[in-house]
Design a protein around this ligand. Structure first.
Ligand SMILES: [Zn+2]
Length: 470
């Protein structure tokens, strides 16, 4: 069966993860669990980007030596992802020796193609963005995102002949209409590649932090160039067996980093004669209560704080259901609570508990069919997680209506055992199907449902799946 290789971006460790990072990780986790359940060999990678100048500044601010700082923060990130049960297979750190080797090999492969040259660089650089900014994009001389004055950098840099790959990139887009999704990202990139793309500088002379450039220790590899190569590192590159998992099936990214993933990265792979990813999907951003997530506003929500109030599956449910994947959306704790009460406590929770109470009271040894009729695979594989959940919740509503119509409690009073068991068997079948359909989306709830309907005799749950919140 075909392998499946899925990645999230790797994250700067200058702050702990917030709900926006959890969003990408949960989406990747759903896909990884889904394909593992199908028996495919899955490689799901995430990790941290440690070579950034941003991290150096954060370490200085914290008064901690940089290596110690990134070690500590890498642990914080890894533990946070473990706390929210993200089933990654590899957690990459870009200060690891494996990664340094991969970066140097990749640059050597590109040098062998004649795609790297030494040139003069002069430009504005924003450390917050870790990116050069064109003069036309400055707002009153400042970075439009960070509102800080960029550094003026003038030095000798190594450059990647990105423009050499313009036609090849356009041909790749043409031949693979679904390689870059959604269409908003694809269209933006087509216009960038056609009209704006220049050769890019891939080394820095300043600073001691970062991976050394092959054969020129005085340069550090540009942090983005280094970061993209993490996807090769986790596959095992440059050892030959990296081809077992290569290429990446799906890169999940935020829409702010499409230029790196949808233009520069494919060109780097072409230069090194490596296969290109099957799909790159850029999801939207969300605001918190209508405000942009920002350090200065202090509104970044730590997923572990939410976990003190809500079960993990409630947060997964909200993230996957509320915002169609690919769109922008808003995160609000009030809305989370509303969804929790209406869809989880009163929805699935109430259906399971009312059904099992009736079964326990009237026919605990009931036999019912267990052929899963609810197939939401196509929605998951299409990253339409909201549609998958909507379909499951339609089934919940249908079963609730069926119980209300048939009134099994009256059938019990009338002593109509046959009719009673037929209603409850149908509902139990439906609940079992729902449990199976939820396996990748809400794994803990799926396990609970499975255990409840598999018990012999069937008993009502000791506590509700989701206790109502006031
Ligand atoms: Zn900036």
């Amino acid at each position: 069966m075909a392998k499946y290789f899925i990645t999230t971006p790797i994250y700067y460790v200058n702050a702990p993860p917030h709900i926006g990072h959890m969003y990408t990780a949960v989406a990747a986790d759903v896909l990884a669990r889904h394909y593992r359940n199908q028996g495919r060999e899955v490689l799901f990678s995430t990790g941290v980007d440690e070579n950034s100048q941003k991290n150096v500044e954060a370490a200085e601010k914290a008064g901690t030596p940089i290596q110690e700082y990134v070690d500590l923060m890498a642990r914080v990130w890894k533990e946070s992802f473990n706390d929210i049960h993200i089933t990654y297979d590899t957690f990459v750190r870009t200060t690891s020796n494996d990664h340094k080797t991969a970066v140097q090999k990749m640059i050597e492969a590109m040098q062998a193609k004649g795609d790297i040259y030494l040139g003069d660089y002069q430009g504005y650089y924003c450390v917050g963005c870790e990116e050069f900014i064109a003069e036309k994009d400055l707002v009153e001389g400042k970075c439009a995102i960070h509102k800080t004055q960029p550094k003026v950098i003038q030095e000798k840099n190594y450059f990647f002949k990105l423009t050499k790959y313009r036609d090849a990139l356009l041909a790749w887009y043409e031949e693979h209409p679904n390689a870059v999704r959604p269409d908003s990202a694809r269209n933006k990139m087509l216009s960038y590649i056609t009209d704006e793309m220049q050769d890019i500088s891939i080394s820095r002379q300043a600073g001691k932090w970062g991976i050394r450039f092959p054969q020129d220790e005085s340069h550090a590899v540009y942090v983005w160039f280094d970061a993209l190569i993490n996807y090769l590192t986790v596959a095992g590159y440059p050892a030959e067996n990296f081809r077992k998992m290569w290429p990446v099936d799906l890169h999940l990214i935020g829409k702010d980093i499409i230029k790196f993933h949808c233009a520069i990265w494919p060109a780097m792979l072409m230069s090194a004669d490596l296969n290109l990813p099957n799909t790159i999907f850029a999801h939207g951003f969300f605001t918190i209560n209508g405000e942009k997530i920002s350090k200065s506003l202090g509104n970044a929500i730590d997923p572990r704080d939410l976990l003190k109030e809500y079960p993990l599956d409630a947060i997964r449910y909200y993230l996957l259901r509320e915002i169609p994947f690919g769109n922008d959306g808003d995160f609000s704790v009030d809305r989370l609570k509303e969804r929790y009460n209406s869809d989880l406590a009163n929805g699935i929770g109430n259906l399971v508990s009312r059904t099992l109470t009736l079964v326990e009271k009237n026919c605990p040894n009931i036999v019912f069919e267990r052929n899963s009729t609810l197939d939401i695979s196509k929605h998951i594989e299409n990253l339409s997680f909201d549609k998958a959940l909507t379909e499951i919740w339609h089934e919940i509503a249908r079963l609730d209506i069926h119980i209300d119509d048939k009134k099994p409690w009256e059938l019990a009073k009338q002593g109509n055992k046959e009719a009673l068991e037929s209603v409850l068997a149908e509902v139990l079948s439906g609940i079992a199907s729902i449990g199976t359909a939820l396996t990748a989306l809400l794994p803990e709830t799926a396990t609970k449902i499975h255990d409840l309907v598999s018990a012999q005799p069937i008993q009502k749950p000791l506590e509700p799946l989701f206790a109502r919140k006031n």
